[in-house]
Design a binder for this molecule. Structure first.
Ligand SMILES: [Zn+2]
Length: 297
């Protein structure tokens, strides 16, 4: 199985709840455990500004590029502006584009040790997400003739930016299952939204997921993007669901099985993860990729 990664994802954002070390740690563990070989790793390259402009407005991109963001911009993004930050996230968008193109070409599962920046809107970044990598990748695929795509977003937070971007695009099915009473306050309507009550456990989550997946696949997507957020975990600092590591692994298996049984290319992105112990976040992401590698064999 190919995985896409860059060491540039570890970005210095100061003392922060978002551990950008997780990307390096997941990559290292994938190699250490033999889940992948070093030769399976494809180095991500930056998305071009033209590619970013398939989703984002010229005014927003100019502020990001030139470092002329307003205080409000920075407050919404919740990340300090730096050249390293902009460059690192451009590479991350490029990584999702690369993973999507590889998944389509090889009709395979491709994992991105990064991405899932679902809170970014066309005209602003939000919640640690400067650019919406999956939305940009979908637009790139559409420019290459793909007509139907689906996004399965199982991060604990609603995929607000993604839902907004594809609100009036019937070719893109957006499914988000998330904690209802959590950020973001405003949840633009996606194709299928399931807002779970606080404290939802494995069994309810998995039951809702099994009911939802056939609705997603009924869209007959030519490519599926899966945001495998680690933050529905019971010990997450920003999430209020109660999934165990075993439950999260069963979640991943269910998604991978549904997509692979339909013979559809699959791109997996990490999305969020803010467990009290970074090791837990890393272990959850690693389990996702182990399940993907097993299915790819
Ligand atoms: Zn999240």
């Amino acid at each position: 199985m190919k995985i896409v990664y860059s060491a540039r994802y570890q970005i210095d954002i100061g003392l922060h709840v978002f551990p950008t070390t997780k990307y390096r740690l997941v990559h290292a563990r994938l190699i250490e455990t033999g889940t992948i070989q070093p030769s399976d790793v494809v180095e991500a390259t930056p998305a071009s500004w033209d590619e970013l402009a398939l989703v984002h407005t010229p005014a927003y991109l100019a502020r990001m590029r030139d470092g002329t963001m307003s205080d409000e911009d920075v407050a919404q993004l919740e990340l300090p502006w730096s050249q390293e930050m902009v460059d690192g996230f451009r590479v991350m968008v490029g990584g999702t584009i690369l993973a999507a193109r590889a998944a389509i070409e090889q009709r395979a599962i491709v994992c991105h040790v990064g991405g899932g920046l679902h809170h970014a809107f066309p005209n602003h970044g939000e919640g640690f997400c400067p650019f919406n990598d999956v939305a940009v990748a979908v637009r790139v695929l559409q420019s290459r003739g793909i007509e139907r795509a689906a996004i399965i977003d199982l991060d604990v937070h609603h995929g607000n930016g993604t839902a907004f971007i594809f609100e009036s695009d019937p070719g893109v099915f957006t499914f988000s299952m998330h904690q209802q009473h959590n950020y973001p306050m405003w949840k633009p309507r996606g194709s299928l939204d399931i807002g779970l009550p606080d404290g939802t456990h494995d069994a309810t989550f998995l039951r809702e997921l099994e009911r939802a997946l056939p609705q997603v696949m009924a869209h007959r997507p030519e490519c599926v993007f899966y945001l495998a957020g680690a933050d529905p975990y019971e010990d997450d600092q920003l999430g209020g669901l109660r999934l165990t590591k075993e439950g999260l692994r069963a979640r991943d298996r269910a998604v991978i099985r549904a997509v692979r049984d339909a013979g559809v290319p699959l791109v997996i992105a990490l999305a969020g993860g803010y467990a009290r112990r970074v090791d837990d976040t890393v272990a959850i992401h690693l389990a996702t990729m182990e399940e993907a590698a097993r299915a790819a064999r």
